[in-house]
Design a protein around this ligand. Structure first.
Ligand code: AGP
Length: 609
């Protein structure tokens, strides 16, 4: 939700900031702006639209300076417009802020400041911060910012520059991520690590309630009360190339193709080659604690919630622990009945999703054990949960989640097997078989990716649809939901995922010759039932696109189009079956001319409730 990038050093700041903002554009892209300090004076350039529009504006009317802060916006308060774009400044144009988050008491603060004579230009919550700092200007800029922030309720990642102290950037964090990176001759600030990876992997993450004073090559951190905070530099080992498109036309396509290797990395180091023993030291759970767990609650949002739904099936099947999956935003506010023998597993790619974080806090308050399955190292959730298991997928930049999902499934699968073993539900031999099945997944995904052209052709036949239905049973049901979500997100075609048997209780009324119905007709215990559902769709003139298992001849008589996945066990079938659905959504979106990596209205990490 909004991206911040800043530069302070001995070179022109604008090119660095523009490049950083382009990498952060996945976080929001309805307006953008940059402010620089040059010879002690502030210069601002901002406009509604994408970073490319800002670039055009800057080409017509350049600004310069070796200190600058930039912003790409996902509007919450105030519609996207030139005036509402960040940076925002105070009455005299001397204090400039960029902000990610929401100031909850902004109306109250705005009224008080207006009564004191402050003049507001925009309708945003953020502008209040610039005036509030101005109103509290006494002592150093850092002290003034800290004083102003102590009056604020809500969430923020904040960067401030000012003519009052034109040789530094002040940063602050409460609830929204902000990272400081040390380059050779300069310092960067950014909302995420990939945006600065090209320049540095030496980073410091701000924690909640911290402010920092950033100058070239160094930064000092304090609590809001002015107490110095010692922080450790973290070395990020991600390859800078991983944050680039690497020859693919979109990040989404690149990330779909990265899945075999991403899954290999997720397994690596966690499964012993010979013995097939599973290690998750980072869980922070002893064998005794695992044995005591009598309930598992997955909590997450969006695609990560779908991973939790697969987890529910896997944990009940292999560990025989009652499991359920909860939307984080619901879980956190409904006073869940959980205790110290409940394991809450929060799943999140970003580790910054506001509702998932809230669910973690609630679960901890109720004494449950909380582990996070997360992709972003050092993210808020990784700090707040009792234990964290990283998915090791590398940076996921495309707004539509792909490799994060399959690596989440990989971790959940391993955890289900581990818990099953510890609880004495599955034998060593059964566990070894399950792990072998998982180890084969990457090469099986590769064989699906070889068939990309066939999927592209099917996408062509679906590109003009206005609605689509996705049906699945058992572990195919969460994949139906995920396939429908992918299609909605990137192509704007209305799509519904349904448990196939539920179709006849309502959605069947929608079926006619214009309705593509994607059916997960996978081999396994529910195969015959799902064939029955295919018949029901065909009898009503529906157009069936089946995802089926190789060598299934029966399906050729029933479905209009078929995408085959390799033969596999039912337990790992979600990891394979989702791949064609990701490709289908991708190619349909491309053929409809949609902006695949930056779908309208969406942001990669939803850091507001
Ligand atoms: C996935 O394609 C979505 N963009 C979205 O549903 C996402 O999965 C959700 O916002 C949760 O994000 P998280 O995994 O970073 O918490």
């Amino acid at each position: 939700m909004c991206g911040i990038f800043g530069y302070i050093g001995n070179k022109e700041a604008v090119p660095f900031i523009l490049e950083g903002l382009k990498k952060l554009e996945y976080r929001g892209y309805d307006s953008a702006g940059i402010a620089t300090l040059h010879k002690g004076n502030v210069f601002i350039s901002k406009c509604a639209g994408k970073i490319a529009d800002l670039e055009t504006l800057l080409a017509q009317k350049p600004i310069s300076g070796a200190i600058g802060i930039g912003h790409t916006r996902w509007a919450t308060h105030g519609r996207p417009s030139d005036i509402n774009s960040h940076p925002h400044d105070d009455c005299r144009g001397k204090i400039v802020v960029v902000h990610n988050g929401i100031i909850e008491n902004y109306l109250e603060l705005r009224r008080e400041l207006a009564d004191k004579g402050h003049k507001f230009k925009s309708t945003t919550d953020t502008e209040v911060l610039a005036h509030l700092i101005e109103d509290n200007m006494n002592g150093s800029l850092l002290q003034s910012v800290s004083r102003a922030l102590s009056l604020v309720r809500g969430s923020y990642a904040l960067a401030v520059i000012s003519e009052h102290e034109p040789e530094k950037i002040i940063v602050a964090r409460q609830g929204s991520p902000l990272i400081v990176g040390y380059g050779e001759e300069e310092t960067f600030i950014s909302s995420d690590i990939p945006a600065m990876l090209k320049y540095t992997g030496r980073t410091i993450q701000l924690d909640n309630g911290e402010v920092g004073e950033v100058v070239p090559k160094k930064a000092k951190f304090y609590s809001l009360h002015g107490k110095p905070v010692a922080k450790k530099i973290e070395l990020i080992s991600w390859d800078p190339e991983s944050a680039e498109k690497g020859g693919y036309s979109h990040f989404m396509l690149k990330e779909i193709h990265e899945q075999p290797n991403a899954i290999r990395k997720t397994i690596e180091g966690r499964v012993e080659a010979e013995s097939h023993k599973i290690h998750f030291d980072e869980l922070n759970l002893s064998d005794e604690e695992i044995r005591k767990i009598n309930r598992v609650v997955f909590t997450a949002c969006g695609t990560s919630w779908h991973a939790g739904l697969v987890g529910e099936y896997l944990f009940e099947q292999y560990a025989k622990i009652p499991a359920e999956v909860e939307y984080a935003a619901e879980f956190r506010y409904r006073q869940p009945i959980i205790d110290e023998n409940t394991l809450v597993i929060a799943i999140t790619q970003s580790g910054e999703t506001a509702d998932t974080l809230g669910a973690v806090w609630e679960a901890k308050a109720q004494n449950a054990k909380v582990i996070a399955i997360c992709n972003v190292v050092g993210s808020s959730i990784a700090r707040d949960a009792h234990g964290v298991v990283y998915t090791n997928a590398g940076p996921e930049i495309g707004v539509a989640s792909t490799k994060a999902f399959t690596t989440q499934l990989t971790v959940i699968y391993l955890l289900a097997v581990l818990f099953g073993k510890r609880k004495g539900i599955i034998s060593d031999a059964q566990a070894a078989k399950l792990i072998n099945d998982l180890i084969e997944v990457p090469s099986k995904i590769e064989s699906i990716l070889y068939r990309e052209k066939e999927i592209e052709q099917i996408a062509h036949s679906m590109k003009d649809a206005t609605n689509a239905l996705y049906l699945g049973r058992g572990k195919g049901f969460p994949i139906a939901l995920e396939g429908a979500l992918k299609l909605k997100e990137v192509s704007y075609i209305h799509a519904e995922g349904y448990p196939a048997a539920e179709m006849k209780h309502g959605p069947i009324a929608l079926i006619d010759q214009h309705m593509p119905v994607v059916v997960l007709a996978l081999a396994g215990s529910r195969y015959e039932k799902i064939l029955g559902n295919v018949e029901e769709v065909k009898a009503r003139g529906g157009n069936v696109i089946a995802v089926a298992t190789e060598n299934d001849v029966l399906i050729t008589e029933k479905a209009d189009k078929i995408i085959y996945i390799p033969q596999c066990s039912e337990a790992i079938s979600p990891l394979l079956a989702v791949i064609p659905l990701q490709l289908l959504a991708y190619y349909i979106a491309v053929k409809r001319g949609c902006h695949v990596d930056q779908p309208r209205n969406l942001a990669k990490s939803v850091t507001v409730e």
